[in-house]
Design a protein around this ligand. Structure first.
Ligand code: IMP
Ligand code: MG
Length: 175
């Protein structure tokens, strides 16, 4: 393990994450009112959030995964590629995109355009963390767990060079 992950300071503790996800899960259940939805989890970071969220929901789901790349290390390259696309058609379906974090907004804005072009019945976005201070492209977020300061977060799915994802809380790298 890299040194800086050994004593990673806590930004949001485990219990607080789970409590907030429960609130969002209940809100989603109320909003969809028993209709089926396709949950698209954005690999790899959102896996942890997705699993905890959908297990707390009563809404029936079909799970899809996509992988988009925009980052290497802590620097944004600005370039986006679909590394893993949908396995099934989403036309006429209620789609909920589950993402770990919105930073500049480029990833979610790109995804929203891409998924809209496939004519879903509805398209909503759930994010775990919103780094609102860094937004460059506006994206409407339907469900948001936490607004966070402009810090590089690690843990609960977030990585620094592919490390630290299984740290159970959301921590941050000190400057
Ligand atoms: P955006 O396109 O700038 O909104 O960036 C979104 C993507 O950047 C996320 O899906 C993450 O993979 C990555 N990212 C942004 N901030 C962080 C962070 O603090 N820790 C880990 N990954 C991050
Ligand atoms: Mg990501």
């Amino acid at each position: 393990m890299i040194d800086k992950l050994k004593k990673l300071p806590v930004l949001i503790e485990e219990e607080k994450i789970q409590k907030r996800i429960m609130e969002i899960a209940q809100q989603i259940d109320r909003d969809y009112n028993g209709e089926d939805i396709v949950v698209i989890s954005i690999l790899k970071g959102a896996i942890f959030f997705t699993v905890d969220l959908v297990k707390k929901m009563k809404t029936p789901i079909q799970l899809e995964v996509m992988q988009i790349s925009s980052y290497s290390g802590t620097e944004s390259t600005g370039e986006l590629i679909i590394k893993k696309d949908l396995d099934h058609d989403i036309e006429g379906k209620n789609v909920l995109v589950v993402e770990d974090i919105i930073d500049t907004g480029k990833t979610l804005s790109y995804l929203k355009d891409y998924l809209s072009s496939k004519n879903p019945k509805s398209l909503k976005i759930a994010v775990l963390a919103d780094k609102f201070e860094r937004r460059k492209v506006e994206v409407k977020l339907d469900y948001k767990c936490f607004e966070i300061p402009d810090k590089f977060v690690v843990g609960y799915g977030f990585d620094v060079d592919e490390q630290g994802r299984n740290i159970p809380y959301i921590g941050y790298l000190e400057e």
